[in-house]
Design a protein around this ligand. Structure first.
Ligand SMILES: O=P(O)(O)OC[C@H]1O[C@](O)(CO)[C@@H](O)[C@@H]1O
Length: 547
């Protein structure tokens, strides 16, 4: 990081933003007929349009200067070179190797990784083929009809999101996902299933996560009770980096799939953590998913800064968060099958960039990662879009949609979906003035007093930024490419903030306190050493649980 150059570029950006005349996005379109072409990029059928944000050529140029000063290119090279860029954990960050062809020469801290990556992929494929073809069966000889993936965070969100996204490609067993330690989750999931035809995957990078271990033990008891203790081995598989702990749990050999400490949990769906995805769509389609991500990796690695999709997305993210000071961003897929994408991106983005210290431990110099949230459109329109259009905070929106749906017989649905998607970004930008609101009301023959009373409620400030991401169709390749786009965007923003995107110390304190609180909640220990609120809450819970 060249701090002086960075600070100069940031000061220039802030000055341009705080100038006497606020940037008017709609006016920018009127004065520049080529604005869409200038502020959109394509990679094959993937299109990113950020022309409806408050940037011009000068801002983009300064953002590129900022990226250079922050060392984005050097840091990107270091990641691809397998250097230990996750400094607080002393690890390389090499999820890009997981989707690279066997001949790619990736090394993690000098050690060649591709043979291991493809060995696991091949073993996963053989395992999935035998489950899908019914040659690998349960203890009673019946084929598996249902898979229950037990994991949480990165060991759940990615596979759950991708499996749902790729529903039109499912031709394997049904996949279910249990993450929450709340017994309701596993109880409701196992309720509809038959132990004899269920395969349980325990997915945990560390194989110590209390939620996952608790749910795994409950699933084991469920199998044992129905089929006997000796049946357990036939109904479990595991995915982890901690192979010794997997063995201690009692899952062995052919059914254990490893990965490596250079794969972060939230970057792990490309590894064996993707086993449920592969079971659902088959090995060939899973490889298409990897190929889509690899295409984005190659683009990210080579394209110049302002022609580079993840870089541009990261620069606009930084512009919105640090220069415009917007606290959040909304991710709105106009694609019901991407319903879990916002939740997935919450972990990817907020666990990566929700930090307050720089790589060297000094306090963060700027705001860091925004609040990330969202729901599919059009549902969101009938829930929280009110706030996006008329609330007092500006929240940039990222719209995602496919030109084609998977239901050709339901074309009208898809046309309506797309019309709504485009209408929302148009409305956010254009808004409605007081005069326009009055004119609309007058056209309804309302009395002047009523017009004046109602018009202010119908004003939309407009000039609210959005980005639109389009692709041809949501297939495995396109999904892989889309996720990799967001992964690298998070990387770019982290370099601009100056933080380490690959650790997650912020989740530790709560875990430690929960461990200490368990015996208190169970009544095995008193709450005397707790603050009055915690002690009072424990008292209430213990009393109410008994009466
Ligand atoms: O795969 P594991 O080790 O069970 O961890 C699950 C999740 O827990 C976290 O460590 C956060 O608590 C995530 O980073 C991770 O994805």
């Amino acid at each position: 990081m060249d701090r002086n150059a960075f600070d100069r570029a940031l000061a220039a950006l802030r000055a341009s933003r705080e100038g006497p005349v606020p940037f008017d996005i709609a006016a920018a379109f009127r004065s520049d007929p080529a604005r869409f072409e200038a502020f959109s990029l394509r990679l094959d059928d993937l299109l990113i349009d950020w022309s409806k944000t408050a940037v011009d050529h000068a801002v983009m140029g300064r953002l590129a200067e900022l990226a250079r000063a922050a060392g984005v290119e050097e840091r990107r090279a270091a990641m691809f070179a397998g250097e230990a860029i996750n400094t607080t954990e002393g690890r390389a960050v090499l999820h890009v190797a997981l989707r690279a062809p066997a001949g790619a020469g990736f090394h993690a801290e000098g050690e060649a990784v591709m043979a291991g990556v493809h060995d696991v992929l091949d073993r996963m494929a053989a395992f999935c083929d035998s489950v899908r073809q019914g040659t690998l069966v349960g203890a009673t000889g019946r084929p598996f009809t249902d898979i229950v993936n037990i994991g949480i965070g990165g060991s759940d969100l990615g596979p759950a999101m991708a499996t749902q996204a790729l529903a039109p490609f499912h031709d394997g067993p049904r996949c279910h996902f249990v993450s929450n330690v709340d017994g309701a989750h596993i109880a409701d999931t196992l309720n509809g299933l038959e132990p004899a035809t269920t395969l349980v995957i325990v997915a945990s990078k560390t194989f110590t996560t209390v939620e996952t271990m608790t749910n795994a033990a409950t699933a084991r008891t469920w199998i044992e009770r129905a089929l006997g203790r000796e049946a357990v081995g036939a109904h479990f598989a595991a995915v982890s980096t901690a192979l010794d702990k997997v063995a201690a749990f009692g899952i062995g050999g052919e059914r254990v799939f490893g990965f490596w400490d250079w794969v972060g949990g939230r970057y792990s769906l490309w590894s064996a953590i993707g086993l449920p995805i592969m079971l659902a769509i088959g090995p060939a389609r899973f490889r298409e998913f990897l190929a889509g991500a690899h295409t984005m990796d190659e683009h990210f690695r080579a394209a110049p800064l302002l022609e580079n999709l993840p870089v541009v997305l990261g620069l606009i993210g930084f512009w919105h968060r640090v220069v415009c000071r917007y606290p959040a961003r909304a991710i709105i897929p106009y694609d019901q099958r991407l319903a879990r994408l916002p939740a997935y991106l919450q972990q990817l983005d907020m666990e990566s960039n929700g930090k307050s210290v720089l790589v060297d431990g000094a306090p963060a110099a700027t705001a860091t990662g925004p609040l990330v949230w969202g729901e599919p459109g059009t549902n969101g329109q009938h829930a929280f879009f009110q706030l996006l259009h008329q609330g007092t905070d500006v929240i940039p929106v990222e719209f995602i949609a496919a030109a084609r749906g998977h239901e050709p017989e339901l074309e009208t649905h898809h046309a309506l979906l797309l019309a709504n998607c485009l209408a929302q970004s148009e409305a956010l930008m254009k808004g409605r003035t007081l005069e326009e609101a009055r004119a609309q009301l007058r056209a309804r023959d309302l009395a002047d007093a009523a017009v004046e009373a109602l018009a202010p409620h119908r004003v939309f400030a407009g000039n609210r930024p959005s980005i639109t991401i389009l692709h041809k169709s949501l297939d495995p390749y396109a999904l892989g490419r889309l996720i990799a786009l967001y992964e690298h965007r998070v990387f770019v923003e982290a370099q601009l903030f100056g933080i380490n995107a690959f650790d997650q110390w912020g989740v530790e304190l709560g875990k430690e306190l929960a461990t200490a609180l368990l015996p208190v909640v169970q009544g095995k220990r008193g709450a005397d050493d707790k603050d009055a609120s915690t002690a009072g809450l424990v008292r209430y819970l213990r009393t109410s649980a008994r009466t």
